[in-house]
Design a protein around this ligand. Structure first.
Ligand code: SER
Length: 327
């Protein structure tokens, strides 16, 4: 998502006047670097690096995309907490200090996730159907716990930070967050997530590899395409604050079962070999995530509207782009 966002922000940087400073744990590729005024290789847990950024730049807006996802996080929960929560606190603090130093609020855009939800069992998930922003907030994974905490931290730093301090700056941060479903990109295969079976299935088929899907065919969670996800982030970031009735928004596009997904993959790539070999632990994570989301507030407040159905996502984005990618 970071790379896609960089190219979108970079493409309009001349008109918006935004200068982009990027941090990644790995060296950015040449194309991404072109969009940036400055790049740093480093870790958001490194307070020294963030102090350097603060002294070198006047920061007006932060897109905080760094995280360890839900599958990876279950192998190293404390590391996930360090990156996902302590890293988030470091950036929120940086934003608040920037606001104090320059006397203006800093915008903070935080992608949250369907992983914040935790439905207790499959029967409850099926009965619940579409879930709104305040239901079932008892995540099963460290990543989900961390994202939910990130949302609370954002609300705290935006509204109540240093509540009792005499020299307190009121509302230093304009915090906005989207709970994303699984995201499918034509360019990259994700790693360490539990919604990865969607993108893995289609990338495997396009590159001529067999794929054993790690969830049951009837498993159902919401997905969207990467360009839509980036559109959503930018739309929320640019919305006038007066139109926002909340800080955390669900967005939804399409909600296929893993079998629905496989049917379209097989149609597009007739020689693909897809089997279902559920991994019970990863399955339990998917079963704890909602089938679909109520996203009325995002539609009403900042004009969210998905650009794809499952079918058009395949026909107009995934299949042509992934084919070109592996050609
Ligand atoms: N894609 C994420 C994951 O699978 C969910 O937000 O962990």
């Amino acid at each position: 998502m970071g790379h896609g966002l960089l190219s979108r922000l970079g493409a309009v940087a001349n008109t918006t006047g935004r200068q982009i400073v990027a941090i990644d744990v790995r060296e950015l590729d040449e194309t991404s670097r072109r969009y940036c005024h400055h790049t740093f290789v480093g870790d958001i847990c490194d307070r020294g690096l963030l102090d350097r950024l603060q002294s070198q730049f006047e920061i007006t807006e932060i897109f905080h995309l760094a995280a360890l996802l839900s599958t990876r996080g279950e192998f190293v929960p404390e590391t996930a907490h360090a990156v996902n929560v302590v890293g988030t606190v470091n950036l929120l603090r940086l934003a608040a200090e920037e606001a104090r130093a320059h006397g203006r609020r800093v915008k903070f855009i935080f992608p949250s996730s369907i992983a914040v939800y935790g439905l207790p069992d499959l029967a409850t998930k099926r009965a619940a159907g579409r879930v709104n922003e305040s239901q079932f907030l008892e995540p099963h994974t460290m990543y989900g716990v961390n994202k939910l905490e990130g949302e609370h931290l954002g609300r705290y730093y935006a509204r109540h930070y240093r509540l009792l301090a005499k020299d307190r700056l009121e509302r230093p941060i304009d915090f906005r967050s989207i709970r994303f479903p699984g995201i499918i990109s034509s360019d990259t295969v994700p790693s360490g997530g539990t919604s990865d079976y969607g993108p893995e299935m289609i990338h495997a088929a396009a590159s001529g590899k067999p794929y054993a899907c790690f969830v049951r065919p009837d498993s159902k969670i919401p997905f969207m395409t990467m360009p839509e996800a980036i559109d959503a982030l930018l739309k929320l970031a640019d919305a006038p604050e007066s139109s926002l009735s909340r800080q955390i928004y669900n967005v939804s596009a399409f909600s296929p079962s893993a079998e629905d997904f496989a049917v379209l993959v097989r149609k597009a790539f007739p020689t693909s070999e897809i089997s279902f070999v559920p991994d019970l632990a990863r399955q339990s994570i998917v079963d704890s995530w909602p089938e679909d989301l109520v996203d009325d507030a995002a539609r009403r407040d900042w004009g969210w509207s998905p650009s794809h159905t499952l079918q058009t996502a395949f026909d107009h984005y995934l299949v042509p782009k992934i084919r070109a990618h592996y050609a």
